[in-house]
Design a binder for this molecule. Sequence first.
Ligand code: TYD
Ligand code: ZN
Length: 407
Amino acid sequence: MSNGSCRICGGTVKETVNLGRQPSGNGFPLPRDIEHEKSFPLSAGTCDSCTMFQLLDDVPQEAKYRDEYPYHASGSAVHRAHFERNARRFLETELTGPDSFIVEIGSNDGVMLATIAQAGVRHLGVEPCREVADVARGRGIRVLGEFFDENTAAAIRAEHGPADMVFGANCIAHIVFLRRLLKGIDTLLTPDGVFVFEEPYLGSVIAQNAFDMIYDEHVFIFSVRSIKAMAELAGFELVNAEPVSLHGGTMRYTIARPSRRTPAPAVAEFLAREREQRLAEHGTIERFAGAVRKIREDLTGLLGDLHAQGKRVVGYGAPAKVTTVTNYCGIGTELIPFVVDSTPSKQGRLVAGSHIPVLEPGAFAADHPDYAVLFAWNHAEEIMAKEQAFRERGGRWILYVPDVHIL
Ligand code: TYD
Ligand code: ZN
């Protein structure tokens, strides 16, 4: 176990969870490319000073975000509805002026900005991954194909003027140089502007033993306390924290310039709750790491037993999480011959490291498996509703969070 230096405050990050060497979570290589596959150490811990939970090692940016980055935010009906609701709320609250302007960092396939564009409100998506950015452009959304930092922010301000609001979802915690991002926010926002972002919540990850939320892209997993510290270090104030039931537990944070907005009571309430849960303490993360080792033992034990009994087990969903789980547990095609996923750009590819093929969802029903490991467990309701026939035929779901169990 080694320690690292905090990317937010320079404090000491104590390594508490070690998931071994892992390839990039969204790598999904083509079969012909696996000999070039790279792997990196994957371990994480909490900063002694600002309490930010973060990875110890950096994976080079080019290993993570390619032009054909396969994650499409519009892939789930629940997510589409959520981001449309978000957009409508922003239109009613922050974007009411005659010439309002919103910037979205990591706008992906335009799942949120589509509603803003339809309303005719000035907007700009910032999205370096070309394929998803082109999908958004096809929907009539303006997209700048770059990484967001203080230089990009200055260029946007020079061209479009200051932004009333900057938004980011499931991408802010990916940014290694978060301090430079915050400088960019400072450059870009109007005096009364807000930066709103929603990201997987550390409290939910710990409560659900969701170790598969740890992969190279998730450089940080935020808590209300660590975001409050980060905001203050960057000259901002945390003014709201709202739980969102996506990705197994997400928190939406609102940051403003100091003393511009009255902080919502939720901020103090979550801070108190996190103190009660001892969320910032190393001991809490150590207990989590113990539970994760137990999940590995139980899951490999169960899959080994089912294999010995001649049962057919396949996987459902190819989120980045499947990379963490299969590589950490040493699960390959002998135990799980394939996984299915609805994202066309993942189909025909392999899970990085474990090299389990990703097939289209039709392969699931055609295969008549006895069991399916639900890797996209954060979409359980949507997937189980869609795949009722599997259950009716006697098929059973295997879940591994918060512990290994069969449904
Ligand atoms: P998600 O958990 O959203 O992303 P990540 O962990 O990579 O951040 O990914 C869910 C995956 O599940 C995504 O690749 C699409 C897939 N999926 C299906 O195959 N069928 C479905 O019905 C749903 C909702 C998702
Ligand atoms: Zn720190």
